[in-house]
Design a protein around this ligand. Structure first.
Ligand code: ATP
Length: 254
């Protein structure tokens, strides 16, 4: 469902992503790993349309999206979460979700002034969608809590819910388990698996190797912008080039 062909991005003389080709199948979990500066964030920025590639192609769901803007790509069904989750900290969790969703609805100021049926219908649908997304990520019980009071792990789940409320087919997750403890990491991994099992394709950047090795269907390894390996966790763990560049012999032994 995502086909990347010879993707390259140069910043001046530096190739941050260099001739990377890979494909991700529908309903699978795909991890991108590599040392700091390997090009992982740049890869996400290229796929999501945040920046345009120097050369190469991104085909999403059979459609060439190379060079489209991020908002255009998002409308086609790609959603993204970031390392830190920005929320309206003085609003409730549910209101954060409703606002996120209302930014994409059709009512105009006139509808608001007149209190039209369209506005009321949209408000009701937004609320229902927000509740559904919160239930899916296991946060139904905190919908009335003030967002500033929830835990880091709950913020991560809200970020997933925000992404899900746009009805995506592909989710790009940047360090979904960054800054949470090992037990919470297991819970978030289970949630990511649940998203993939529901048909979503997931692509994530993560440094937590235990989590990746247990969760990913496919791993793409970048180093200095280049793809140095691609395969299942077992293949990646046993790959001498990856061990040398990134994992180190301790990880491989473990
Ligand atoms: N806008 C930019 N202008 C110039 N160089 C950039 C720009 N963005 C990224 N780079 C460079 O491209 C390379 C890849 O960076 P990138 O942030 O994609 O790596 P990364 O794998 O995400 O690293 P990390 O794990 O530290 O987040 C780095 O050398 C970085 O300094």
């Amino acid at each position: 469902m995502l086909e990347i062909d010879s993707l390259t991005k140069r910043f001046g003389g530096l190739a941050a992503v260099n001739d990377v080709s890979v494909s991700f199948a529908r309903g699978t979990i795909n991890a991108i790993i590599g040392p700091n500066g390997a090009g992982k964030t740049t890869f996400f920025n290229l796929v999501s349309g945040a920046i345009a590639p120097t050369s190469g192609k991104v085909v999403f769901d059979g459609r060439d999206v190379t060079g489209l803007r991020a908002d255009q790509v998002a409308r086609l069904g790609m959603a993204r979460t970031f390392q830190s989750t920005t929320l309206f900290d003085t609003a409730t969790v549910l209101d954060n979700l409703i606002v996120g969703h209302r930014l994409r609805t059709k009512s105009s100021l006139l509808d608001v002034v007149l209190g039209t049926k369209r506005l009321k219908d949209e408000e009701r649908i937004c609320r229902e969608k927000a509740r559904q997304a919160l239930d899916f990520v296991g946060l139904g019980h905190v919908e009335n809590r003030i967002a500033g009071d929830i835990s880091q792990e709950e913020r991560k789940r809200v970020a997933f819910a925000l992404a899900l409320s746009t009805d995506p087919t592909l989710l790009l997750l940047d360090e979904p388990a960054g800054g949470v403890n090992p037990e919470e990491t297991v819970g978030l991994a289970a949630l990511i698996r649940k998203m993939a099992d529901s048909g979503l394709t997931v692509c994530l950047i993560e440094h937590k190797m235990d989590m990746i090795m247990n969760l990913a269907d496919k791993i793409l390894v970048l180093n200095y912008g280049e793809k140095i390996a691609e395969g299942t966790p077992a293949e990646i763990r046993a790959n001498p080039v990856v061990i040398e560049a990134y994992l180190g012999s301790e990880h491989a032994a473990a």
